[in-house]
Write a protein that binds this ligand. Sequence first.
Ligand code: ADP
Length: 236
Amino acid sequence: MIRLHNVERSYPLGRGQLFYVLRDIDLDIAAGDFVSVMGPSGAGKSTLLHILGMHDHGWTGEYFFDETAVHHLKSKERATLRNEQVGFVFQQYHLLDDLTVYENLDIPLSYRHYSKSERAALVADALDRFQIVGKKDLYPRQLSGGQQQLVGVARAIIASPKLLLADEPTGNLHSSQGEEIMELFRKLNEEGMTIVRRKMRRSENGSCSCVTAGSSEGNDSVILWSFDIRTSSFVL
Ligand code: ADP
């Protein structure tokens, strides 16, 4: 479903030099996969998610989403593809504070071609499915972190995207709430949703000054590694 070939992302360092965050990334993700992107802080996990989510345009290489060559799309076409096919879940939830749960769920539908009654039916389904009917008129601040993330996941999938990207979705939650959200992801994946999530390693200290050197694929994980220029060693 997703194929990256020789994808690279760099930032200018000055004096014509480049800092490579991602270099020569080849990646295949099949429909129905549940992929965890792991690696130390600064390895490029978020950068990779931003590229997959078609938010970032400053990369080079090839990116195929199904048969669509994303690297050939104009920015407006990428935005359309993203709105139709990609759902996002964020560590900080990013719900709109001055909108109710119901209104937050309706927002992604307003970007798509649904009639008013279709939108109402989809929001009602999502409220029902995620067991948050009783919360529909509440504002995000009136919900616990776990409930806010539940709304975040419901919002991400309400328009049936093909790809769900999750940036540290349980990072702000207590362990039991986090486990509930992970269970929800597992369920969505069993139902066929393709999921790519960024997974932080608890042991990472984020202190290395790194140049990302590449990636390797496991069964269901992408490990990004970094090269620590102070110790001349790879950091995993
Ligand atoms: P991770 O998610 O693995 O912690 P990121 O993808 O957020 O890593 O960042 C990877 C590297 O890219 C970091 O070293 C970061 O400093 C660098 N980086 C990200 N955005 C920019 C930017 N706009 N300009 C320069 N460097 C950046």
